[in-house]
Design a protein around this ligand. Structure first.
Ligand SMILES: [Zn+2]
Length: 97
């Protein structure tokens, strides 16, 4: 997973909003379209509510059975990305004490 380059002081390493006054935190850079994955995953925290991770499966997508290893690898990469974001949420929360 590419770590967001971020200057966000609230969610460093997660939020990629560069506006210094932003209050809604998000990372939408792991979109399926950008990553070549059949799903999009990301991080969002709106107006100081609870941090959330999301997965967007979008539309159903069928594929040739011979492509299953490739699609499965993409899904694994997306799954690893959400686990890394979860780990980072825990790290940031722990650093806040
Ligand atoms: Zn932020």
């Amino acid at each position: 997973m590419t770590t967001p380059t971020t200057t966000c002081p609230v969610w460093p390493g997660l939020c990629d909003d560069a506006d210094p006054l932003h209050r809604d935190h998000a990372n939408h850079q792991l979109s399926g379209q950008k990553m070549g994955w059949p799903v999009s995953v990301g991080f969002v925290e709106l107006s100081d509510r609870k941090p959330l991770l999301y997965i967007d499966a979008g539309l159903a997508s069928d594929f040739d059975p011979k492509d299953a290893p490739k699609v499965a690898a993409q899904l694994r990469a997306a799954a690893e990305a959400i686990e890394k974001m979860q780990h980072r949420v825990t790290e940031v929360q722990a650093a806040r004490g």
